[in-house]
Design a protein around this ligand. Structure first.
Ligand code: GLC
Length: 723
């Protein structure tokens, strides 16, 4: 399958994301969202600066500097720095917090993402001198903010900081806090009067914390201000003290980034190394619950782990603190139906809370929906432990969700629908980070500046002298067996990656290369039945892509080569076949490619007689392109090809490439269904095709009933090669 890069389309989303940040820009910082959150939030600013770093270094720096204006004497970076120009629309504001020196900030902190953000700013910067000056300026403040956690929030020197308010975790109403908060019996008469403002901005009550939650949130703040924010007293009296897995994992990763900053600046690193060693060891040991085989936060009041099932427990991957064995166990959880498994279909990965639990909520804030910032970190963690396919699939969802449903605060893991505030800054910023990173990893440089290698002419990959020693009758079968062997040895179906390094040097690959040379004299008429032809060409197509990647020394993606699919080729039976010609000329019965005016084989083209008689649209789900939505590499057997293609279609149609939204009378489809609409028999038959494979749930019945009136929308489709 040829990947068509929707750069043009994509640009418009990049512009839209930048517009969200521009609209939320408040002069010296960026509001998380213009209505619900009108001030500067601590970790939001970290994420936001990471987005800016790619295209506006100045703004990224201003964002961070502005936040640090609110830093306390003891090093604490408050969770909110208030914009005194826009008071009155949020609760609680400075009048309620009553900070010791009257600073317009809150009196609690948040996960320290800022060393990480500063390092991003440095990495993305084109002017490294300026960037070094910025690091020099920030270093003492970053150091102080980390020291705060170790000197004020870790009284027993365990390397783990405690949080003393759920908001400090960033996951305000996470199910993890249900139990620890239970013990706080709030006496309404003692509670200071307050009025919630979060329900005044059009976000429905079901998506927000309950009033009981809020009473406890307020109770804790009231306690802190009564104790004049003296940490030792708070530690003694506060009924909520938790060594949160999320905050400590972010701290652990930020220590690693701070270490890098210190090294760049030539500063002493010993202290940071000690912090890092202590935190990563304690995450690994104390926060690991051996009985449950997962990481869990630790409740210092109850003196026990908090048994729950939120996405926080995957964060030690991001911290790089988990052992390999722990990582493997985490992976099993992430990639299960609880958190939306690969190719499970009908879900976006990963939701913030186990979807199979009774109290999972599709729309309530931190009690179920997908959050881009959490997933952005988990996906990096997965990648660093080698779980690339899952990481790619998460990135794909993080890009698809805002493209499909808008730059929302959080998303429904089943339907993708956006909730909370719209035009949410970190969703836009991290979308930009992922998109820039994607293009950079593709080796095409910054967006809009292609740096592709161009091959001057058709690049025949099986050039050479055939030995002629193999019986014609056996050749086809031998080549296919060789492909099958390569796939079974070097393709990891769990991770979805091809081990190109070992494949390149293997005896199996040498044998394959020798065998494909024999194809030069192969008698194509030997492939008589359609099933045989189909299996042969699908397998050959998938194999030539692998060989092309190896021979052309492609590092990240076939897009490093201009027109890869139309330039690499095999000589088969004396005729040249590029992957493009295999796909459109042969497998699609010489139908016109979607982006060309004419079929590839003109009337007198000798290759035409080998075309399939008709198009089987299921082939679109069998040709390898490596995207989340593509079928995994699979070997197609002539005798079973029908069932195998059914499985490929079934996987695709029950994935998030097909989303039915009954409430909007809309169906969202991968662009494949647009480009190849004719192969599916036109618009209506495309929907019938979908009905044939789709699981029969409520959405299926809706589609069936409304097939003639449902609105069809197509979505950007594009993704990376599996490697
Ligand atoms: C909510 C979120 C928190 C975020 C803040 C501003 O309070 O729970 O994580 O920082 O909104 O976006």
């Amino acid at each position: 399958m040829q990947m068509v890069i929707g750069r043009g389309t994509f640009y418009s989303y990049v512009r839209a994301a930048k517009q969200v940040l521009a609209d939320n820009w408040a002069g010296h910082f960026t509001k998380p969202s213009s209505s619900l959150y009108p001030h500067q939030w601590n970790w939001d600013s970290g994420f936001i600066a990471i987005g800016y770093a790619h295209y506006n270094a100045q703004r990224a720096k201003t964002e961070i500097r502005s936040l640090f204006q609110g830093q306390w004497e003891n090093g604490m970076l408050p969770h909110i720095v208030f914009d005194t120009q826009s008071l009155g629309h949020y609760f609680p504001e400075p009048d309620f917090w009553q900070t010791p020196d009257g600073r317009p900030t809150s009196g609690i902190t948040m996960p320290p993402l800022h060393a990480t953000a500063c390092l991003h700013i440095y990495d993305a910067s084109r002017n490294k001198n300026d960037a070094m000056d910025f690091l020099e300026e920030m270093f003492p403040r970053l150091l102080a903010s980390h020291r705060y956690f170790y000197s004020c929030r870790d009284p027993n020197h365990e390397g783990l900081a405690y949080i003393r308010h759920p908001w400090e975790s960033g996951m305000d109403n996470s199910p993890a806090w249900d139990e620890p908060l239970q013990i706080i019996a709030v006496d309404k008469n003692q509670l200071p009067a307050y009025q919630r403002k979060d329900l005044e901005h059009g976000v429905s009550r079901e998506q927000r914390p309950t009033d009981e939650d809020y009473d406890r949130f307020v109770y804790l703040i009231d306690l802190f201000r009564k104790l004049k924010y003296e940490e030792k007293k708070i530690y003694r009296e506060c009924p909520f003290l938790v060594q949160d897995i999320l905050l400590n994992s972010i701290l652990c990763k930020a220590n690693l980034d701070l270490l890098q900053i210190a090294s760049l600046l030539g500063k002493d690193t010993i202290q940071i190394e000690q912090w890092h060693a202590a935190t990563s060891a304690s995450i690994r040991d104390k926060l690991w619950c051996p009985r449950c085989q997962k990481f869990e936060s630790f409740d210092l009041i109850a003196n026990s782990h908090i048994h729950t099932a939120t996405a926080s427990s995957f964060m030690p991957l991001y911290a790089k603190a988990a052992t390999k064995d722990q990582a493997a166990l985490i992976y099993r959880k992430i990639n299960s139906v609880s958190f939306c498994a690969l190719r499970q279909g009908n879900c976006f990965t990963v939701p913030n809370y186990d979807m199979t639990r009774k109290d999972y909520s599709a729309s309530n804030y931190w009690r179920g929906p997908v959050w881009i910032n959490i997933n952005w970190m988990i996906s990096q963690g997965l990648r660093s432990y080698g779980y690339k396919e899952k990481a790619d699939s998460m990135n794909s969802d993080m890009i698809q969700l805002p493209v499909r449903f808008g730059f929302h605060e959080y998303f429904d893991s089943r339907t993708g629908r956006g909730y909370g505030s719209d035009n949410f800054s970190w969703t836009a910023a991290l979308f930009l980070d992922l998109v820039y990173d994607f293009y950079e990893r593709q080796g095409t440089g910054r967006i809009g500046r292609g740096q592709q290698r161009k091959l001057n002419q058709t690049h025949i990959l099986n050039k050479g002298q055939p030995s002629g020693q193999i019986e014609q009758g056996e050749l086809g079968q031998l080549v296919l067996s060789s492909i099958k062997e390569l796939q079974s040895q070097f393709y990891n179906p769990i991770r979805g990656v091809v081990d190109y390094g070992n494949l390149r040097d293997s005896s199996q690959y040498r044998r394959y290369r020798d065998l494909v040379k024999e194809l030069i004299t192969f008698d194509l008429t030997a492939l008589r039945e359609e099933a045989r032809k189909k299996a042969f060409w699908i397998n050959i197509y998938n194999a030539i892509i692998i060989q092309g990647i190896i021979e052309l020394n492609i590092r990240r993606s076939v897009r490093e080569i201009k027109d890869f699919f139309g330039t690499v080729a095999y000589l088969i039976g004396g005729l040249v076949f590029t992957p493009e010609q295999m796909e459109h000329g042969i497998l699609r019965a010489n139908r016109r490619p979607p982006y060309k005016l004419l079929p590839l084989f003109v009337i007198r083209d000798a290759r035409r007689r080998y075309s399939l008689a008709d198009v089987d649209p299921r082939i679109h789900f069998a040709l390898v392109c490596g995207s989340r939505s593509c079928a995994p590499i699979r070997f197609y057997e002539p005798g079973q090809i029908d069932q195998q293609l059914d499985i490929a279609a079934d996987n695709f149609i029950n994935s998030s490439e097909v989303i039915i939204l009954p409430e909007k009378n809309k169906i969202l489809l991968s662009e494949i269904f647009k480009w190849y609409q004719r192969d599916f028999g036109g618009k209506r038959n495309t929907l019938n095709f979908i009905l044939k494979y789709r699981v029969k749930d409520d959405a299926w019945y809706y589609l069936k009933k409304n097939i003639d009136r449902i609105k069809v929308e197509y979505l950007y489709y594009d993704w990376n090669l599996n490697r």
